[in-house]
Write a protein that binds this ligand. Structure first.
Ligand code: V0D
Length: 254
């Protein structure tokens, strides 16, 4: 029955699996690192223990991405909505960039990794920003993997800010309505110097985008896993990339 339907649809053999295109490596992988709190709860640990263990998963993924030839890795570390969490938890989270960089920056420099961030810096504590900016400064000339942390990031705000900028230019007569297109809009976003993600990974079983790169993910392949972020390994990353390589991207065409 199914095979007759496939024939009707003009597909000759439904069993024939597409060969993975092993040479097709995603340039840009974005990850929603979810499930740190649940991982901790399952073990009777405080949520912050999950965040701490989640931090350690990052270097495994950087190594895996680097090895495969991924050029940009974006990690969703803190959303604009995360401020609603208990103050103790937020305070702990805000110390993580500094902690992470104390442990990992040396290796990142040695690996030619370039650290960058996207998000609203103004509401972040100075010690958080100082740590991130120092890492960005120390790695600014690196030419390898770009490690982009989404920190205090929200996609709708990002788009509203872009629209305000465009509207201002129109109002001042520097821009005509006809000049507004996808490229102009993309250039006003916080990711303007990065290509759109080819692949989005979300851990911990939630099937949502949660206000993450809504514009940039328009044509991205999405891969979800039930694995909690603290347990995410190089194997999971490779599995996601392999699934990506099996898919045909059409960007709305045929
Ligand atoms: C907690 C799992 C690294 C997700 C990973 C402030 C939630 C561990 C950073 C980091 C967080 C950020 C910027 C940077 C270097 C490191 C980080 C936060 C949370 C939010 F330049 N891990 N990490 N930042 N977690």
């Amino acid at each position: 029955m199914i095979s007759r339907l496939w024939t009707k649809l003009g597909k000759s053999s439904p069993q024939k699996a597409e060969m993975p295109q092993l040479d097709k490596v995603p340039d840009h992988v974005a990850i929603i690192m979810d499930g740190n709190g649940r991982w901790a709860k399952d073990r009777g640990l405080p949520r912050i223990a999950g965040h701490h263990t989640g931090m350690k998963a990052i270097n495994r993924v950087v190594r895996a991405a680097d090895k495969l030839g991924v050029k940009y890795l974006t990690l969703y570390a803190f959303s604009t909505e995360n401020w609603k969490r208990p103050k103790d938890e937020v305070d702990f989270l805000m110390r993580l960039p500094q902690q992470f960089l104390e442990i990992e920056l040396e290796e990142l420099i040695q690996k030619n990794v370039k650290v960058r961030m996207m998000g609203n810096k103004t509401d972040l504590p100075s010690y958080t920003i100082d740590a991130v900016e120092q890492a960005m400064e120390k790695t600014k000339d690196n030419t390898g993997l770009v490690l982009n942390f989404a920190l205090n990031y929200g996609s709708r705000k990002e788009m509203i800010d872009a629209i305000k900028e465009i509207a201002g230019e129109v109002k001042d007569g520097h821009l005509s309505l006809e000049q507004i297109d996808e490229q102009l809009m993309g250039g006003k976003l916080l990711s303007s110097d990065l290509p759109d993600p080819d692949l989005l990974i979300r851990t911990s079983g939630e099937l949502r985008l949660s206000n993450f790169m809504l514009w940039q993910l328009a044509y991205s392949e999405l891969w979800f896993t039930d694995i909690y972020w603290p347990e995410f390994t190089e194997i999971h990353f490779q599995e996601a990339v392999l699934q990506y390589q099996r898919r045909k991207r059409r960007f709305g065409g045929l």
